[in-house]
Design a protein around this ligand. Structure first.
Ligand SMILES: Cc1cc2nc3c(=O)[nH]c(=O)nc-3n(C[C@H](O)[C@H](O)[C@H](O)COP(=O)(O)OP(=O)(O)OC[C@H]3O[C@@H](n4cnc5c(N)ncnc54)[C@H](O)[C@@H]3O)c2cc1C
Length: 384
């Protein structure tokens, strides 16, 4: 009986949030012998709604929306190629295929100005160590001969790719459960307080006591941090998605646009996933992520404008989900002055960063040196 399920009263580590970060982290800690509970209310996970794009190059959408954050995006750029390698390592440890393919990503331009914007971005990314190059239309046609006549060229990032989140989430959850993780679903954390030995956690299925708490709650992190007197400006960003019926292999790369909101990729099963950050709304008292008609029409019109053959495909599903936006950087690791508290919030393109973020936080918890310096990415930057 769902309503009668209680959370474990006492456990070594509580992870709030069972998205890609929380579940990977729980798995990594459990296989090191830790007893771990993941508490998740199942309301707003980007993990179950996302497009499965493995992003590496700077996303022009973020550069346009948040120009003041470009230096922040650049600071975390080295995380992305490493994050894709973490996905590859993770996939090799799973028992099933998760549709992971690192086949490269194209960001297309439709005008001379856009092409020059990409050339500049490409030069900067090369300086920062990314595997990127510019393709004129002839070179683009040799690897992707399906674009509209209006496309003049593209930036290619060889290390980008895609994964099928529906398959990956289930495969990771199975691994976490097999390692002994207690997954407390449909359970909301409503209060957090420090105690002499750790933390008292109030949930909708009873209280918990724990020595360590990890906030991997995406957009829910701001409210949870506030219980402990901390500021973490995580906010919900509801976004729109579409998927078409399956068709023959057409789109090999992940596709984005230099100046307009679109991402497209084709799953191994043939469906084309169309997103790109078109807005959705949070409707009603439950703030349910809800599709906006303008986004549905806008995203699909743009998709067939860029790749005309998409126009003949039927749409089989459209949905909305909640992304988390902070300041363009992750919020990871311990918090000064509160022993046993950790944050685990990825930066932008958080599904790409999920397994890496979990690994960095796991190493921090286990007292090992994380493979990338995380000192400047802790929650301390909001609380000093
Ligand atoms: C439509 C869409 C498309 C996207 N496409 C991509 C993409 O192609 N590539 C990419 O890299 N990223 C993409 N993202 C972003 C990505 O999905 C997220 O950044 C990522 O999944 C975040 O994972 P997470 O584990 O940090 O948090 P989430 O997946 O958001 O999970 C957090 C969980 O914590 C729970 N929670 C919050 N507060 C509480 C509480 N008080 N008590 C209990 N539980 C709580 C939430 O309900 C949720 O289940 C997309 C996002 C959206 C919405």
């Amino acid at each position: 009986m769902i309503g009668e399920r209680r959370v474990p009263a006492e456990i070594g580590t509580v992870i709030v949030g069972g998205g890609i970060v929380g579940m990977c982290l729980a798995w990594f800690l459990a296989e090191e012998g830790h007893d771990v509970a993941v508490v998740d209310d199942g309301r707003h996970a980007g993990t179950i709604a996302n497009a499965g794009g493995l992003h590496v190059q700077l996303q022009s959408r973020f550069m346009r929306l948040y120009p003041e954050m470009v230096p922040e995006f650049e600071r975390t750029l080295p995380f992305y190629p490493r994050a894709v390698r973490h996905w590859q390592a993770l996939a090799s440890r799973l028992d099933e295929d998760i549709g992971l393919a690192v086949t490269g990503g194209l960001m297309v331009a439709e005008s001379r100005e856009q092409y020059e914007f990409l050339e500049k971005k490409c030069r900067r990314e090369q300086q920062l160590g990314l595997e990127v190059e510019m393709l004129d239309r002839a070179a683009l046609d040799r690897i992707a001969p399906y674009f509209a006549d209006s496309i003049v060229g593209a930036e290619l990032c060889a290390t980008e790719g895609k994964v099928n989140p529906l398959l990956a989430n289930q495969a990771i959850r199975r691994k976490a459960l097999a390692a002994g993780v207690a997954h407390c679903t449909e359970t909301r954390v409503t209060g957090l307080a420090q105690t002499s030995g750790g933390f008292a956690v109030e949930t909708t299925r009873g209280p918990m006591r724990t020595g360590r708490i990890v906030i991997a709650a995406g957009a829910g992190a701001a409210e949870l941090a506030a219980h402990l007197g901390l500021k973490v400006p995580a906010r919900a960003e509801p976004l729109h998605m579409n998927i078409t019926e399956a068709t023959e292999p057409l789109i090999h790369h992940m596709v984005q646009h230099a100046d307009r909101q679109i991402t497209m990729k084709q799953l191994a099963a043939g469906m084309v996933v169309i997103g790109g950050g078109w807005p959705a709304t949070l409707a009603g008292a439950a703030e349910h992520p809800t599709v906006e008609l303008d986004s549905l029409i806008g995203s699909l019109s743009l998709a067939q404008h860029v790749i005309p053959r998409i126009g003949s495909l039927r749409l089989i599903r459209t949905w909305a989900g909640v992304n988390t936006s902070v300041d363009g950087r992750p919020v990871v690791g311990p918090v000064s002055g509160i022993s046993g508290l950790f944050f685990a919030i990825p930066g932008d393109a958080g599904y790409t960063l999920g397994p890496l973020t979990a690994r960095l936080v796991a190493h921090s918890i286990l007292g090992r040196t994380p493979e990338m310096a995380i000192g400047e990415h802790t929650a301390d930057r909001f609380n000093s």
